[in-house]
Design a protein around this ligand. Structure first.
Ligand code: GDP
Ligand code: MG
Length: 163
């Protein structure tokens, strides 16, 4: 069985862009409209001879209890439960948000296989970008730029360590 890497994070942090990087496809819908990718979306990738599955999820709005945002959260939680490694994506440019803390809390309740990914770090000092995210208590963050493709190989390596 291929390990499933599940992309989770609040809208607009770059999950779909990262999905495209990890699967080398343009399949996931990337848009400037937050939360556009509403359905779970699957793709395949390979690092050396290690194949893996990537699951893109649409947003994560645990505070909202009704409507489409609630539906997204449910879909996301299903994907988390079925996943082997959760790539929890945060926005290095925006910095740590209260929503990130809520998502981190929800994830931690369900799994301990969480890899914290700080995205949008191109052209930034990595130590400064990642410092505040240590507060989430999810270990050493992995800094990437999904748009530029920076550090993507290292991210996959880390994610597949146990496989
Ligand atoms: P999602 O809602 O989490 O799936 O986020 P998207 O992948 O749709 O990206 C949201 C916005 O962030 C888009 O405008 C992307 O072009 C932008 N974005 C994604 N990755 C990066 C990155 O590494 N650096 C920068 N500067 N912008 C990014
Ligand atoms: Mg998306």
């Amino acid at each position: 069985m291929k390990p499933a890497l599940v992309l989770v994070g609040r809208p607009n942090v770059g999950k779909s862009t990262l999905f495209n990087r990890l699967t080398r496809s343009r399949d996931a819908l990337v848009a400037d409209i937050p939360g556009l990718t509403r359905d779970r979306h699957y793709g395949h990738g390979k690092l050396g001879d290690k194949p893996y599955l990537v699951v893109d999820t649409g947003g994560f709005e645990p505070v909202v209890k009704s409507g489409i945002l609630h539906a997204m959260a449910k879909q996301t939680l299903l994907a988390v439960d079925e996943g082997d490694v959760i790539l929890f994506v945060v926005d290095g440019r925006q910095g740590l948000s209260p929503q990130d803390k809520i998502v981190a809390e929800q994830l931690r309740k369900r799994t301990d296989k969480i890899l914290l990914v700080v995205n949008k770090t191109e052209g930034m000092r990595l130590s400064i970008m990642t410092a505040e995210f240590h507060e989430l208590g999810l270990g050493e963050p992995c800094a990437v730029s999904a748009i530029h493709g920076d550090n993507i190989g290292e991210l996959i390596d880390l994610a597949l360590t146990d496989f």
